[in-house]
Design a protein around this ligand. Structure first.
Ligand code: NAD
Length: 337
């Protein structure tokens, strides 16, 4: 094992942060996790880490918790891309301001490295496959907040000689993903609805192209970012990139797995939704030996098993919609999900 490190993982009650913090602690590191609980689940928090309920925007508390931390993984976010078009204030607060709070305290503590979870949304609607060489071209407030956070990270780290790595995951699926959030996580929403005997909801024609990583394949890239030397100052897409899938196909797979065969309900396109989002994972293959080990079918099955075991839940409209007008999806305004 590499040297034992004291690591802060933000968003530790969330999907990615909980898996990541648990894995790092299993590898023998001392892990401190924080989460404001605006998302995530309490039962996600791993037993082998020290956990504090804390908002990343609470700078004084973050500065306190940062003492003696050597590496920071910043996973906390409200990763609500579609909703960000209608609740830009809340989403920007938890993506941009929260990130600046974490980076400020980490730089002050002179941590060795900061790893930031950005998003494929940074590439916007450019021609696919997205490559790290492309300039960011965000098309909605979520993506803008991620790109702005990346820029502040690089700016502060360069001046203060702190190492940085930016991870750029695709949609991720697997156990512990929030499935009662009506605003995000298409696979989990479809499964939670189907388990309640309801048809999947699709925005637009369903021909949007996406890629989905199973959580373990994403973790296999994130873990070496901790201390692998040649990763400093790298922006790295995390695959898969072998094949893409349409949202119509995702609904079909969910239908086959749940055995609920109802015709999808098609709603109007969501404003600003990127039509095609696929990437090149060549850099991850080269630097991190990235491999896709879990197929989409198996990943959805594992997500289904988790939801079934934990129990279906009604959808929780946890965030106020700030902009309500003709463009706001009716599914959210009228709480139809
Ligand atoms: N899951 C995906 O498909 C995906 C894809 C690309 C990028 N990402 C990025 O990966 C990271 C993790 O995503 P996830 O799917 O695990 O999301 P998640 O919602 O499951 O977890 C995020 C956690 O952050 C917490 N949080 C939000 N605002 C906070 C704040 N101000 N202070 C403290 N905690 C706060 C939430 O309570 C939640 O538990 C995010 O940065 C997201 O943008 C996720």
């Amino acid at each position: 094992m590499s040297k034992k490190l004291k690591i802060l993982v933000t968003g530790a009650a969330g999907f990615l942060g909980s898996h990541l913090s648990e894995k790092l602690a299993l590898l023998g590191h001392e892990v401190v996790g924080i989460d404001s609980m605006i998302g995530g689940y309490e039962d996600n928090v791993p037993k082998n880490i020290t956990f504090h309920k804390m908002d990343c925007c609470d700078l004084k508390s973050v500065q306190r918790i940062m003492k003696e931390i050597e590496v920071v993984y910043h996973c906390a976010a409200t990763a609500h891309e579609g909703l960000s078009v209608f609740s830009p204030f809340e989403i920007t607060r938890n993506n941009f301001l929260a990130s600046v709070g974490i980076f400020s305290a980490a730089v002050n503590e002179k941590v060795k490295r900061i790893i930031f979870c950005s998003s494929m949304a940074r590439y916007g609607s450019q021609v696919t496959p997205f490559s790290e060489k492309m300039n960011p071209s965000p098309v909605d407030p979520y993506a803008i907040s991620k790109v702005a956070a990346e820029q502040v990270l690089i700016n502060l780290c360069e001046l203060n000689k702190i190492e940085w790595v930016i991870a750029v995951p695709h949609n991720i699926i697997g156990p512990r993903q929030k499935y009662d959030d009506p605003f995000r996580n298409v696979v989990s929403i479809m499964l939670n609805r189907m388990l309640q005997g309801k048809a999947p909801i699709i925005y637009g024609d369903g021909e949007q192209k996406r890629c989905f990583s199973y959580i373990d394949d994403c973790l296999s890239c994130l873990v070496p970012m901790l201390d692998q030397k040649n990763l400093n100052k790298q922006i790295i897409n995390i695959g898969p990139d072998e094949e893409f899938v349409t949202i119509n196909k995702v609904a079909e797979i969910c239908s086959n797995i749940t055995g609920v065969n109802l015709n999808p309900i098609h709603k109007k396109d969501r404003p600003r939704e990127v039509k095609h989002a696929t990437c090149s994972a060549d850099k991850a293959r080269e630097l991190l030996n990235y491999k896709t080990t879990v197929s989409l079918q198996d990943g959805i099955k594992k997500t289904f098993d988790y939801i079934k075991k934990r129990g279906v839940r009604p959808f929780n409209y946890h965030t106020e919609i700030e902009i309500k007008n003709d463009l706001t999806p009716e599914t959210w305004k009228k709480r139809e999900i």
